[in-house]
Design a protein around this ligand. Structure first.
Ligand SMILES: Cc1cc2nc3c(=O)[nH]c(=O)nc-3n(C[C@H](O)[C@H](O)[C@H](O)COP(=O)(O)OP(=O)(O)OC[C@H]3O[C@@H](n4cnc5c(N)ncnc54)[C@H](O)[C@@H]3O)c2cc1C
Length: 466
């Protein structure tokens, strides 16, 4: 007889594992199926965590190399890439094992294998040795995430032509690396390898990097990265990538039709990710996809098939771990009869370069497009005492508030700790804060967060330090 569950979650990434834990907390008999052999999904295994580990270590390496300028003489700084990669792998293992522990603690049953639909209530789990078991379920949550996409006709070999996954595992620092796509993943990985010594060239089809970001921030961001030595080739399209004895040759064409060839040892293609529904056999139960092959859901994350839900990267919305997690909690609460919901207007986005870039809510371009009248408050970290004291004064805070009500509509920060600073704006926005609410909140001195307060003051042209 097959084992029976109230809910089966397919996919153990941040969407799926958080959902499974919340379901179990709510008293539902829950199983989670994960095919990659470890929990945590893209995020913990080949995404957020290893990339942040390498960003941190490469930044430390870069800083250490420049310590002598600050009066700290530590002699010759040498890179041991193998050790650095081992450190990254250790962080990943610790965290993925941590999720396994949380499953045990919360009594979530964990199946290692590929989940697919036999019928609406019967799920097959096929393990790596091709052994199949069938489990029964009342409800199913699909959280199978996304996978990197390549350019037409170009396959990843994860050594010379790499996706983000390969870029996290290179065994030597490339002399020259071409990054195709100026989105956040390409810029983070480009920063890592540039700091470790590679000559990095970003080829981007559009006019600006990080499309969708507030334009003023994006322009400043590119300026800063250029100063750090990253080369940008904007409005340039990759026509062909050919492997050769030394690596690869990337043929590009710019907006004026000029062809430029880049010879390099590694090409990172980071042009986006696509929903991962391949192994689910959802067509057998009739689950509908949208035009971008994402699973179509309603506001309760229910697909067109009752009792089958979907969350995370596999559905519409920003492909971010915290968005997937929040959807995991919301769908679990809905399944348990509560009223889970996600506020898509306050999902922050962070790029973990140095300095960091963080955004929440509307950009100036979006407000213009929707004819919403707004005020802008801006404050430069050049005038922030903490930032100046520790020589991390690049960037600024920009707050957008409604012209009439003063309600905060969006905030965009480029600067040290931007990813942490954006959280206070998020809480403010959830509580319907005005710029004045933030401006009148006492912020500790000297902190980077004072720049947020000053930007809020600047919305009404009363910043003190600028
Ligand atoms: C290099 C990189 C850096 C990133 N950095 C950040 C960041 O800093 N912050 C951020 O918010 N986001 C970041 N992301 C994005 C983030 O990783 C994803 O948005 C997030 O992991 C999505 O979670 P998910 O649960 O929807 O899917 P996933 O994390 O993709 O998890 C889905 C899981 O389902 C499993 N699966 C698929 N099919 C089946 C099946 N049939 N049966 C069983 N299991 C299956 C997969 O093996 C996978 O483990 C990054 C991504 C990359 C690639």
């Amino acid at each position: 007889m097959s084992e029976k569950f109230q809910v089966v979650v397919i996919g153990g990434g941040p969407g799926g594992y958080v959902c499974a834990i919340r379901l179990a907390q709510l008293g539902l008999k829950t199983a989670c199926i994960e095919s990659r052999g470890s929990l945590g999904g893209t995020c913990l295994n080949v995404g957020c965590i290893p990339s942040k580990n390498l960003l941190n270590l490469s930044e430390n390496y870069h800083k250490a190399k420049n310590f002598s300028k600050l009066g700290i003489d530590i002699g010759d700084v040498k890179l041991n890439l193998e050790k650095m990669m081992n450190n990254k792998d250790k962080a990943v293992t610790l965290l993925t094992k941590g999720v396994e522990f949380l499953f045990k603690k919360n009594k979530v049953t964990y199946f290692k294998g590929t989940g697919s639909f036999k019928s609406i209530n019967k799920i097959s789990v096929l393990d790596r040795k091709k052994k199949e078991i069938i489990i029964e379920t009342e409800k199913t949550v699909i959280s199978t995430g996304s996978v990197p996409v390549s350019l037409p006709g170009i396959e990843f070999d994860e050594k010379i032509i790499v996706s983000s996954t390969g870029a996290l595992m290179l065994q030597a620092v490339p002399k020259k690396m071409v990054v195709v796509g100026g989105g956040y993943i390409g810029l983070e990985m480009g920063s890592v390898w540039s700091r470790l010594g590679a000559e990095v060239h970003v080829v981007e089809f559009l006019e600006n990097i990080t499309p969708g970001m507030d334009k003023e921030i994006s322009v400043e961001f590119m300026k800063i990265l250029k100063k750090q030595g990253i080369h940008f080739h904007m409005q340039t399209k990759v026509e062909k990538i050919k492997k050769n004895a030394n690596g690869a040759s990337v043929l590009t064409i710019d907006k004026d039709g000029k062809k430029v060839n880049f010879d390099c040892d590694v090409v990172l293609i980071s042009v986006g990710r696509k929903p991962n529904t391949n192994s689910l056999k959802i067509e057998s139960i009739g689950v509908k996809l949208d035009e971008k092959k994402r699973i179509k859901t309603d506001k309760n994350f229910q697909t067109n098939i009752s009792n089958v839900y979907a969350i995370g990267d596999v559905i519409e919305g920003p492909m971010l771990a915290h968005k997937a997690e929040d959807e995991g909690i919301a769908v679990a609460e809905n399944i348990a009869g509560q009223s889970g919901h996600v506020n898509y207007d306050t999902i922050p986005g962070v790029v973990y370069t140095s300095p960091e870039v963080a955004s929440i809510g509307k950009t100036e371009e979006q407000l213009k497009e929707s004819n919403i009248k707004y005020k802008i408050g801006k404050f430069s970290f050049m005038a922030n005492s903490r930032a100046k004291a520790i020589d991390e004064a690049e960037g600024f805070v920009k707050i957008l508030a409604d012209e009439v009500t003063d309600k905060v509509l969006g905030a965009h920060i480029i600067g040290s700790h931007a990813g942490e600073l954006i959280a206070e704006i998020g809480i403010g926005m959830e509580f319907g804060a005005s710029a004045e609410d933030i401006a009148r909140t006492c912020h500790a001195h000297p902190t980077f967060s004072e720049a947020v307060k000053e930007a809020a003051l600047s919305v009404d042209k009363r910043a003190i330090h600028s």
